[in-house]
Design a protein around this ligand. Sequence first.
Ligand SMILES: Cc1cc2nc3c(=O)[nH]c(=O)nc-3n(C[C@H](O)[C@H](O)[C@H](O)COP(=O)(O)OP(=O)(O)OC[C@H]3O[C@@H](n4cnc5c(N)ncnc54)[C@H](O)[C@@H]3O)c2cc1C
Length: 386
Amino acid sequence: MQERKRLLICGGGHASLPAIKMGKHWQKHGLEVLLVSAHPYLYYSGAVPQYLGGFFDEDEARIDLKKLCHDYGTSFICASVKEVDGEAQTVVISTGKQLHWDYLFINTGVRSRNSDYDHAHYFPVKPMQRLVQLFGKLESAATAGLKILILGGGAAGCEIALNLSVSNHKNIRSVTLFEADDRILSSFPERLSAVVRRALAENRVSISCKRKIAGDEISQLMSDYDIVIDASGNMPETERIKHGLTTDESGRIRVHQTLQSADYPNIFAAGDCALVGESGYMPVGVHAVKQGALFRDVMDAILRGSALPAYKPWPATPLILSQGQSRGFFVSGKLVFSGRWCIILKYMLDMNWLEKYTLPRSERRSWFRLIYDGFTRTKKAKPPQS
Ligand SMILES: Cc1cc2nc3c(=O)[nH]c(=O)nc-3n(C[C@H](O)[C@H](O)[C@H](O)COP(=O)(O)OP(=O)(O)OC[C@H]3O[C@@H](n4cnc5c(N)ncnc54)[C@H](O)[C@@H]3O)c2cc1C
């Protein structure tokens, strides 16, 4: 009889979802799939800024990992991985239990650099489980007249500012954005910075550039503002795991184009906690999603005994920033567009992707239906405040 093997997925991130869905299929090939993830839900970062603005329900912005595993024959343990031993092929999880694996896929994402800072009104953007608690604060009647500060004018900070600026939260008095560089969205073309800056200014968000905040200054800011949202920088979650694998200088696990680690061919990593090849791509969800599909194909090839496929990154990273339901900002390489059609496109792409992991095939919407729903939702959008 064929010996049963185990694929252990460490972290239920965007990149792990295609493999989770292979549970039943791979069982037929003698491979058990086990997910160990720190939280029962994965928040979809593409939809969280709109959720914070009140434009999506919470269930439209998250994936129930436990249910997904159950539906697709993958086992699930809700715990954090603390140690990885590549020689013994084991992990130790937060309950103290040791688990054996034959293949290990690491997909833990990142966390905000200052996420250890503990304050009821401080919200690092990662982990997202903490960021989404902000919604309750914004809705609570006990917190009227809120002065909000967002640290970091990159894509995450700007998208949150864009959504809060047009939200219906009555408690928000002001939104301020601090950016360390001399312009917001400094990794993107100047045209994107200009249109987003204008959209923020139209909605009374004040932007202060060349404001670099050190970790120890956050407590001072907490006394000047009611809420601080920290989008100023992340570190790989794997920095908190004892693993001994080769990393780059920021702590991302180095993997080959086949997603195999530089140290062990049966350890794989993908998403924000990994660096695939030598390419200097931006660590965002679109790459994690592409790498997730590749990992599924790599495992399939291993089970079939065929050649492993290799990763080909997107030539340019496509992103759409949302501003509520009224407007989107599309950027890919030097191309920049904005307008209502961008937010309709974002809605269609996001929902099509999410429904693959939240709904049975028979209940998923067709592209035609998504276009229709995208138009209907954006029609209801309120014009920006003047
Ligand atoms: C506000 C915001 C908006 C964004 N919008 C976009 C966008 O529109 N488009 C885009 O491309 N990118 C976007 N991003 C970036 C995107 O969130 C990340 O690139 C993406 O989440 C990376 O996915 P991942 O697969 O690496 O892991 P993640 O999706 O980050 O998931 C990691 C998982 O691992 C779990 N975990 C962590 N540590 C452990 C551990 N020790 N043990 C077990 N489990 C663990 C976590 O609970 C989580 O479920 C945005 C980011 C932010 C902050």
